[in-house]
Write a protein that binds this ligand. Structure first.
Ligand SMILES: [Zn+2]
Ligand SMILES: [Zn+2]
Ligand SMILES: [Zn+2]
Length: 179
């Protein structure tokens, strides 16, 4: 296993979508993954909807479960942390609260409007190679929602979770992600 990668690779995704479910042959799959999102905050309160901020490789990198949408057979399941690959890290990520501070303002220019970046568990349905938009039930302040970075329109990024894994809190350095 290459350490900078998640366990499920884009080539695995293509293979699965082409071959279909090994139990029923179905081509519709439900993916559970940790994906990047961002949201506008004003004084620490959301002022916009959670917007997705991931690409195809980032999506693949965060996958932790794949189920056939027809027969529910499990095509892939991993218990390691989707971000740093720590053993048992998935359960910690899903059950723990956000450890990354939600800023009330930009510490440089003191504007109260900031963009908060996060990793959020989401479900995406694929039919052959077409993906529907990811959906999540997890909001800021819910367990499983984990902040990674905060930025101001004027000053750029002013805080980032680097020392520990944002999802499972394992000590860094954590692996780079595909971009
Ligand atoms: Zn199936
Ligand atoms: Zn600022
Ligand atoms: Zn982790």
């Amino acid at each position: 296993m290459v350490l900078c990668m998640g366990l499920f690779q884009p080539t695995d995704l293509e293979r699965l979508l082409d071959s279909g479910c090994s139990a029923c042959g179905g081509k519709r799959f439900s993916f559970q993954s940790y994906v990047d999102a961002k949201q506008g905050l004003m004084e620490g309160e959301p002022v916009s909807k959670l917007a997705w901020a991931y690409n195809g490789e980032g999506f693949c990198d965060g996958i932790f479960e794949i189920q056939c949408a027809s027969c529910n057979a499990t095509a892939f399941r991993s218990e390691v942390c989707p971000r740093c690959n720590a053993e048992g890290g998935l359960a910690v990520a899903l059950e723990s609260e956000n450890r990354f501070v939600v800023p009330l303002e930009c510490p440089r220019c003191e504007t109260q409007e900031v963009t908060y970046f996060s990793m959020v568990p989401a479900i995406t349905t694929y039919e052959s190679r077409r993906a529907e938009k990811a959906k999540t039930e997890t909001a800021l302040l819910d367990p499983g929602f984990h902040g990674t970075k905060a930025a101001c329109k004027t000053c750029g990024p002013f805080a980032e979770q680097r020392d520990r894994c944002p999802l499972c809190d394992s000590p860094g350095p954590i692996r780079p992600r595909p971009s």
